[in-house]
Design a protein around this ligand. Structure first.
Ligand SMILES: [Zn+2]
Length: 213
């Protein structure tokens, strides 16, 4: 059973088919559902700020075919009241059920992963920490706030098998340390690396291989 991974942050601020001559991989299709509150934000700007660096990273270590599809204005899905819930787990469940009920049967063949992207965080805890995203570990559904540039990549990673334990700090320049996508709690003084750790890259490769037909 998939279990839930949560991203909490302390700042205010996720069988191969043998052909005659070659192997075919099912396309990894990331369905990005933009919450209705993002109506004024262009898909182009969302893509360039939140997904382009993720695609660049994926293409740095895998040649697996990848496609990103944006969805907007879908009744029952993109208007989910997550602020009123203030419960990330409930919101993820509601999103999962809404997509499964209304759209999932129409998805193209491939490895389909769905993520709801919102403006704000999903839950404020009693201690003041906030939850920016949540994903089904190695499952098909996730939610991510755009309050952090790396939040969608963090949660997409969980759906593809990345873990917090395999995240790491890396030296970006001779004095600059950065955090890979898998870091659960971001430090205010460390920038994103905009990449997965080598261990999490391997987790993703293994997941894609296991789920390709
Ligand atoms: Zn996480």
């Amino acid at each position: 059973m998939p279990y839930i991974k949560r991203l909490a942050t302390f700042l205010l601020l996720s069988c191969t088919l043998r052909l005659s001559a070659a192997m075919a991989n099912d396309t990894l299709i990331v369905h990005v559902y933009l919450h209705d509150e993002l109506a004024g934000v262009s898909e182009q700007s969302l893509h360039s700020n939140y997904l382009q660096h993720w695609e660049d990273e994926m293409r740095a270590f895998t040649s697996h075919p990848i496609e990103v599809i944006f969805h907007r204005n879908i009744a029952g899905i993109t208007g989910i009241d997550y602020a009123g819930r203030n419960n990330a787990k409930d919101t993820l469940q509601a999103f999962h059920h809404a997509v499964a009920d209304l759209k999932f049967q129409h998805y193209p063949k491939g490895i389909n992963k769905s993520i709801l992207v919102t403006e704000n965080v999903f839950e404020t805890l009693d201690n003041g920490n906030v939850i920016q995203g949540l994903a089904q570990f190695e499952g098909n559904f996730a939610i991510a706030s755009r309050s952090s540039y790396a939040s969608p990549a963090h949660e997409i990673g969980h759906m593809l098998g990345t873990t917090h334990e395999d995240a790491e700090k890396q030296t970006k320049a001779w004095v600059l340390t950065c955090e890979t996508y898998g870091f659960p709690e971001r430090a205010w003084n460390r920038p994103h690396c905009y990449r997965y750790s080598d261990a999490n890259r391997n987790n993703i490769i293994a997941h894609l291989q296991r789920h390709s037909q």
